[in-house]
Design a protein around this ligand. Structure first.
Ligand code: NAD
Length: 425
């Protein structure tokens, strides 16, 4: 590969696999992170991120080949590189407004080292227009260059942590430049370092919008599934059976209902559009999905004659989804709040988090099986460990609330518990 030197800014769950992927493909990669422990681990050939199949091997291989190192000195790494890929977290604040502080800090550091003709690609999900009008403008101001002196493109990261390398190899890589030369440069870069098809779109704004649209598609469709599941319950119909029948027609893609939508992606990105243009269906879907935890807890309360006061309820899974150590905006937090509001005592088990980590969320950690009997169990995140759960070990448990539609109804009942599901009357 002719002199491809890449700086990856943000060596997190997504950035480190990207850095390893580029290095394994033959680029010389410098990973940049503000966390010296992350940089130190990578420089020792170790992998500071857990739960990503193939990542420890890829980091070790790239490090041993001398093609992957890490630093906290982003300006120096940017100065040495001909491509800079930025993948820090962009989220929302408590008022649901976009928080660009991580990106702004990274931008400042990159600008200090930015040289003419460098290709800079933003991969973090951002509101439409940020690449050109915010990131690009600040890079130019901070570096003293003009926007036409370097190439600038946006390419959303569409992968999921836990399946990074599979996703990188198969999901088309959407790319849009702030001008034709930038788009072409980004396309050429990804064709060198990825096996997936590269999909060059008209401009950076189209690529930014595409990522928001695919996230909103999921959130709105999950909200629709939740609404239909609630309606099915009221009408005495099984949502799961009815949706399977509906989906036998090619234009129906009904999703699964559940306790809510968590993580730092799907529940966050709709706000990037709401802030800009406020489409009612997008806002309403957020409200519906965030109300599902309280709805489910009300169903649980009904099984205890409407009174959960003093009941011990074990929530299975702090993580927002199975198999991922990530609790940002997890439905577990909303479920625990709803339980507390009704006077119950929530306990949380999660095989991926230590008791101290669970307690840092203001929650009470529990073992599995719990050391003391619990009145009810709520399956919140379908970790692999929960699929074959030994229900007989849940001493005293009368009710099992299956928040992810994953447990066998008959098995729960055979264990002497009442089964409650979402979309199950
Ligand atoms: N996690 C996912 O499943 C996923 C999926 C698709 C897209 N994304 C995108 O990737 C972004 C990053 O997600 P993640 O899961 O890797 O986050 P993460 O929190 O695991 O990693 C972010 C890393 O950036 C570092 N960082 C923060 N500020 C920095 C700075 N100024 N300079 C250098 N490094 C800095 C942090 O120390 C951390 O190591 C998300 O905001 C999203 O846009 C994530």
């Amino acid at each position: 590969m002719p002199d491809l030197r890449v700086a990856v800014v943000g060596l997190g769950k997504i950035g480190l696999p990207l850095a390893a992927q580029y290095a394994v493909k033959g680029a010389s990669v410098i990973g940049c992170d503000i966390n010296p422990e992350v940089a130190g681990a990578v420089n020792a050939g170790a992998c500071p991120i857990g739960g990503e199949p193939g990542l420890p091997e890829a980091v070790a291989q790239a490090h041993a080949a001398g093609r992957l190192r890490a630093t906290t000195d982003t300006p120096a790494a940017a100065a040495e590189s001909n491509v800079v890929v930025v993948i820090v977290r962009v989220g929302i604040d408590e008022a649901n407004h976009t928080d660009l502080s991580n990106l702004d800090a990274a931008t400042k550091a990159i600008a200090r080292g930015l040289r003419p003709d460098t290709l800079v690609i933003l991969e973090s999900t951002v509101p439409v227009g940020v690449t050109r009008s915010h990131f690009g403008r600040r890079l130019a101001e901070g570096s003293g260059l003009s926007l036409t002196d370097f190439r600038l493109a946006y390419s959303p990261e569409r992968v999921s942590s836990g399946t990074m390398f599979r996703d990188l190899a198969t999901y088309p890589k959407v790319v849009g430049g702030i001008d034709a030369a930038s788009g072409e440069a980004a396309r050429a870069f990804y064709e060198q370092v990825l096996d997936a098809e590269v999909l060059l779109v008209a401009d950076a704004e189209t690529a930014e919008f595409a990522k928001l649209a695919e996230s909103i598609y999921r959130d709105v469709n999950i909200a629709l599934a939740n609404e239909l599941a609630i309606a099915a319950e009221a009408l005495g119909v099984s949502y799961k059976a009815a949706a399977a029948a509906s989906n036998s027609q090619p234009y129906s893609h009904l999703h699964a209902p559940g306790l809510g939508v968590g993580g730092h992606c799907i529940p966050v990105y709709p706000y990037f559009l709401i802030e800009a243009s406020g489409q009612p269906i997008v806002s309403l879907s957020r409200q519906i999905n965030d109300s599902m935890a309280a709805y489910a807890v009300d169903k649980l309360a009904a099984a205890f004659d409407g009174n959960l006061a003093g009941r011990r309820v074990l929530i299975l899974g702090l993580a927002y989804r199975g198999g991922v150590k990530e609790a940002t905006l997890s439905s577990a937090l909303l479920v625990a709040d709803a339980l507390r509001q009704r006077g119950a005592r929530p306990l949380i088990h999660d095989p991926l988090f230590t008791a101290t980590e669970i307690e840092s969320y203001g929650l009470e950690a529990a073992d599995l099986p719990p050391s003391e009997p619990v009145d009810a169990v709520i399956l919140q995140a379908l970790h692999p460990e929960y699929k074959d759960l030994d229900l007989s070990a849940l001493k005293g448990c009368r009710v099992f609330l299956d928040g992810r539609g994953a447990m066998d109804h008959a098995r729960v009942q055979a264990a002497g518990m009442r089964y409650i599901g979402i979309g199950v009357g």
